[in-house]
Design a protein around this ligand. Structure first.
Ligand SMILES: [Zn+2]
Length: 119
């Protein structure tokens, strides 16, 4: 359906709208809140943004039990080196994630391609 197509109501409009996702990522990759704390944060967020689309959308929390690469999908603009801020090729990043997909992401250390630093 083209985006400019007329619609009969909010149900049709809902099919055209994307989800809003707020990712909360701790600076310490091995820390995470308990489920109870995460649920309290979700309830608090619902107070700030009760239903921005007015479509009876539900605010849910997605939980990761292990360290997980959280992908922003099509919104990805660039990846930069945490040491020198140079742009890093997204293909390199994809290859790194694929290489570590079997062993998990508990060890996040790597040698970055642009400056050769270890992070
Ligand atoms: Zn660098």
């Amino acid at each position: 359906m083209p985006l400019a197509a007329p619609h009969d109501g909010l149900d049709d409009l809902a099919g055209l709208m994307s989800d809003n996702v707020l990712s909360v990522i701790p600076t310490d990759s091995h820390w995470q809140p308990g489920h109870e704390q995460a649920d309290r944060a979700r309830e608090r967020l619902a107070q700030f943004a009760p239903d921005p689309d007015r479509l009876d959308s539900e605010l849910t929390a997605e939980w990761h039990e292990t360290i997980t690469a959280v992908d922003c999908g099509a919104n990805l603009e660039r990846i930069t080196c945490p040491l020198c801020s140079a742009a890093i090729d997204t293909e390199w990043w994809g290859d790194l994630l694929e290489e570590r997909s079997d062993e998990g992401l508990d060890d996040l250390a790597t040698d970055v391609p642009r400056c050769g630093g270890h992070t």
